[in-house]
Design a protein around this ligand. Sequence first.
Ligand code: NAD
Length: 432
Amino acid sequence: MKHNDGMLPSPGKFKSEKSSYSRLRHHFSLAKITFWSLVFVFLIYVSFFRAPSSASQTSHSDPSRRSLRTSSYGDAWEKRVRASAKIRSHNGISVLVTGAAGFVGTHVSAALKRRGDGIVGIDNFNNYYDPNLKRARQALLERAGVYIVEGDINDEKLLRRLFDIVAFTHVMHLAAQAGVRYAMENPSSYVHSNIAGLVSLLEVCKSANPQPAIVWASSSSVYGLNTKVPFSEKDRTDQPASLYAATKKAGEEIAHTYNHIYGLSLTGLRFFTVYGPWGRPDMAYFFFSKDILKGKSIPIFEGPNHGTVARDFTYIDDIVKGCLASLDTAEKSTGSGGKKKGPAQLRVFNLGNTSPVPVSELVSILERLLKVKAKKLVTKMPRNGDVQFTHANISYAQKELHYKPTTDLQTGLKKFVRWYLSYYGNGKKSAQ
Ligand SMILES: NC(=O)c1ccc[n+]([C@@H]2O[C@H](COP(=O)([O-])OP(=O)(O)OC[C@H]3O[C@@H](n4cnc5c(N)ncnc54)[C@H](O)[C@@H]3O)[C@@H](O)[C@H]2O)c1
């Protein structure tokens, strides 16, 4: 017994120990509840109110956050979508334009709206280049009656919502991570927008009823290390020189799959160095203009053995005509409810200018138009994904789309420079 007494607490002792233990436990539970409540409140705060540190990173990595916001899109938002999608011409089409706040997207959306088609844009306004320029393009489209929904093409919930509201007949898919050199800095942004984003868009299109016809931007960069010129759609495209090119090539294969399995009508457009007003600040003609005006030196690349670097510069209005002709000649998708009913159209076109111009000549034209002598720094072309030469064979687009570029580089750059000087205040307020 003693033994037991020694070993076992008396019932009373046990009772008193239990009550102090339960007080202690109560105390700790309260502290625990308070702690976890604070953690919970903090997490809610972070997920709802924290400002994105970088628009591009946020929208690239977390479309679900957009989905949360999507659920808060209400009647007023839906009304704006419907109004923007309203067709105002006989035989008009209703088009979802992805990347609508981008350079090509803005011009294509404005042109479609002008002829009375219904347009809804979508863009994530990432900060790959100055988002203020995208906002200015958005304001321009807003005035023309085009609404751009702010969202990521990886947000399938948002895309489905848009298809629920509007029975889009066509999708003009221009949203992408563009630029060749940036791929070495931020490779995942290319996978996010050009591969995952494309698949997410096609998933939604395939199950839409009716399925839309899709016209989308591939790139001349798929010709990669090809040396046979001019580049024809029949040439090999399995030697990309950059990750950007590889993602565009992957896009073409993905397009083939969705056409084959689901009967989606798909037209890929291989654009050749598009330039013009409201252009992209990461492109040579744009930042050359900025740097020439600032008196900064500009790099003029040359290929091996002092070889000329040249581009088939294509003016934006010619590209827009090619895009509209592609939409107008696109046949209907053949599937419905995610099931293919018959073979569907699958096309790829070069949209270029068919007259490559050496970069040194581009600079001479800019010097004349800007009335400033450039400080040129001739350098060997770095191995960062750029190719030495591009030249489009456009006979297929001529035959099928009646595509016929009409703007030479001198004329097109004149329009660009006029816009640049008026937008950036004669160079005083310069591009970022
Ligand atoms: N401009 C050219 O010379 C050229 C040449 C070949 C191909 N392309 C292709 O043409 C298309 C349009 O090019 P651009 O020059 O107008 O480029 P851009 O960068 O001006 O436009 C692309 C737009 O897409 C948006 N975007 C990017 N990722 C997105 C995402 N995940 N979700 C929603 N929006 C997203 C961007 O914010 C941007 O506004 C792109 O697909 C590009 O790869 C352009």
